[in-house]
Design a protein around this ligand. Structure first.
Ligand SMILES: Nc1ncnc2c1ncn2[C@@H]1O[C@H](COP(=O)(O)OP(=O)(O)OP(=O)(O)O)[C@@H](O)[C@H]1O
Ligand SMILES: Nc1ccn([C@@H]2O[C@H](COP(=O)(O)O)[C@@H](O)[C@H]2O)c(=O)n1
Ligand SMILES: [Mg+2]
Length: 220
């Protein structure tokens, strides 16, 4: 019998976690530029819902102001829509999963993947998307607070009262998720208390297995 060649397109997902102010939003655009990933920031997708005055906008705004985690069904739906609308197959998902509920909800997404048999395309394969790894920006609490108070981007949650609440949620709900992935050998921990460039040097090593995208030098 003739051997069949299977080629399955795989979706690569990397979760980017770390305390509020650890530098996720600073490093992710660099990963996009160097390694061709699409950056999906859960907090930004939720913020867009607030600004578009969608039916959940007010509720999301109140959760954000209190540093609370929005129900997973809302966040996962936004992430799923953004992934489906993208032509890319490589995603860095920033600020997600923030708690066990987020994690379980995402890991239950079943996606349709195309695959090929003898050059014919089929869209029948049901897959659950598992993160390739978790990029974890490790940074002490005092530095997180200092950075957020200096951020100056007009965020409703960048004030000393909400920062305390966000840090509590981070230690109580997000760290256990990081520990869960660590127990599975999936965490790439980066010392985030260094300069932006030094941190990115370590990030580059972690992403080394993904081919860097060709970059055009605009100065030439
Ligand atoms: N390595 C660094 N050294 C000093 N300042 C930094 C570093 N990385 C980021 N910052 C600054 O710290 C602030 C917070 O960074 P950033 O917005 O990237 O954090 P974040 O992890 O996305 O936070 P959040 O979870 O609140 O969205 C910004 O003002 C940013 O310019
Ligand atoms: N998975 C998530 C991510 C974010 N939120 C809410 O948005 C706030 C801001 O998030 P950043 O990642 O930009 O810091 C966050 O404090 C939560 O209120 C969420 O609910 N779930
Ligand atoms: Mg951010």
């Amino acid at each position: 019998m003739e051997a069949k060649l299977f080629f399955q397109e795989t979706t690569v997902v990397v979760f980017v976690l770390g305390g509020p102010g650890s530098g996720k939003g600073t490093q992710c655009p660099k990963i996009v530029e160097h390694f061709g990933f699409t950056h999906l920031c859960a907090g930004d997708l939720l913020q867009a819902e607030i600004e578009s005055e969608s039916e959940n906008g007010t509720m999301i705004h109140n959760f954000k102001k209190e540093g609370k985690i929005v129900p997973s069904e809302i966040t996962v739906k936004l992430l799923q829509q953004a992934m489906q609308q993208s032509d890319n197959k490589r995603f860095i998902i920033d600020g997600f999963p923030r708690n066990e509920e987020n994690r379980a909800a995402f890991e239950n997404i079943v996606g349709l993947e195309s695959f090929y048999v003898n050059s014919k395309s089929y869209n029948l394969l049901l897959v659950k998307i598992k993160p390739e790894f978790v990029l974890f920006f490790d940074c002490p609490e005092e530095e997180l607070t200092r950075r957020i108070l200096n951020r100056n981007q007009g965020r409703v949650d960048d004030n000393i009262e909400t920062i305390g609440k966000r840090l509590k949620v981070y230690f109580e709900s997000t760290l256990p998720v990081i520990n869960y992935y660590n127990s599975k050998g999936k965490v790439q921990k980066i010392d985030a208390q260094r300069s932006v460039d030094e941190v990115f040097e370590d990030v580059k090593s972690v992403f080394a297995k993904f081919k860097p995208v060709a970059r055009v030098d605009s100065t030439k």
